[in-house]
Design a protein around this ligand. Sequence first.
Ligand SMILES: Nc1ncnc2c1ncn2[C@@H]1O[C@H](COP(=O)(O)OP(=O)(O)OP(=O)(O)O)[C@@H](O)[C@H]1O
Ligand SMILES: [Mg+2]
Length: 415
Amino acid sequence: MGQMCPRCGSTYRAPGVASLERRRCVADGARLVDDLRGSLVGGRYLVDRLIGQGGLGSTIWSAVRSSSGERFAIKVLATARAEDVGRFERGTRLAMSLEHPCITRVMDYGSTADGALYQVMELLEGRTLYAHLGESACAPDEAMNIVDQILAALEVAHAQHVIHRDIKPSNVFVLREPHERTSIKVLDFGLAKLDPDAAAAEQLALVNEITQQQKICGTPEYMAPEQIVGAELDVRTDLYSVGVLAYRLLTGRLPFSNAVRHELYQAHLMTPPPPFDAALGLPRALETVVMKSLAKRPEDRFASAAELRTELFAVGAAEMKRIEHAVALFGARAAAGATIEMEAPAFDAGHAEPPVQVVVEPTPVASVAPRARPLRRWLWAACVLVGLGGATWVLADNLRDDGEQTPRAALEPAP
Ligand SMILES: Nc1ncnc2c1ncn2[C@@H]1O[C@H](COP(=O)(O)OP(=O)(O)OP(=O)(O)O)[C@@H](O)[C@H]1O
Ligand SMILES: [Mg+2]
């Protein structure tokens, strides 16, 4: 089999006596991958195009099933160590058992003639959340919507004792759909155990052992403290990673982003996350929820994805109340040019929201500063959250063909 450059598409004959240079593209220096185009993976998937490359040498291809003409995405893991095979098969079988609109469907797996492992998935149109975000933050409504969908996916997986272990933006896919609301799917359930970096981290039993810089590969910015020290993982491990993701989406920054690996690990283990920048105007109650997800000890976090969703829903509902209040006052005093001070609803007594200042201009078109944008966005966010539980359930229900019902209570926000 020949090789190809994933960047420029140049093709190379199969290396005979391979030299190191041979494994990089002469045009752009990118590492070459085995060129699977035209091959029939598993005897039934005809590969036609390279879609992407993973951080650990995996490649993703688009392929057509010869019997039906249906299109799929095939993830091929570059190297399969003998001890990975069993894990991969178990992980993939678990992934195949998960059904939810926010979880990428996995329908087949196997190994190629060369012994590489592959997984067949639904082919998604769009881009990863990593690419979607770029350097920026999300509007609060979009952040809440994305986090809620990830948590909905985790609720279903956790109910089947599947922990993802690698929630990060490149494992969340933002679908290209003609809907106003962003829809996502979580990728790579069941595969995180194969990450050699995570496996290495799991072997680090003591904090003292991580004082030497590790080989830089993978994304440790989303790893929970218990992953770093090799302690037991549970559903709360995923909730920590969701906390990092929520922090990143809302603020545009990671809570910890030290360039040196062992300093990054130590920050996850010891350093409280920096508070949100006040200039962002995000509700204090939302910050409290995110910070609780980022607690160092799993027992100080939310106990479940459902609990975290409920708290986020409460924040959205409280914001909606604040906005309704503002709108009522605004309507009454539109002509007055007044500055309206609003009390926070008694949602979280320990972290009461500072009064919101709504500056009402004497003209019919009000300029609301400085929190006008967040307020308007929160109105939308709250509406999204109110509708989301029901919508997710209805969608999940429609997609299920085995008649099995997801417990309604698990997907609906708390009253
Ligand atoms: N089911 C899919 N449909 C369409 N594109 C996909 C699918 N799965 C993955 N991709 C694309 O392939 C790229 C590589 O995916 P992969 O999961 O291997 O990368 P990663 O998450 O960066 O790395 P890793 O999972 O190895 O840590 C992704 O960026 C994504 O764009
Ligand atoms: Mg991935």
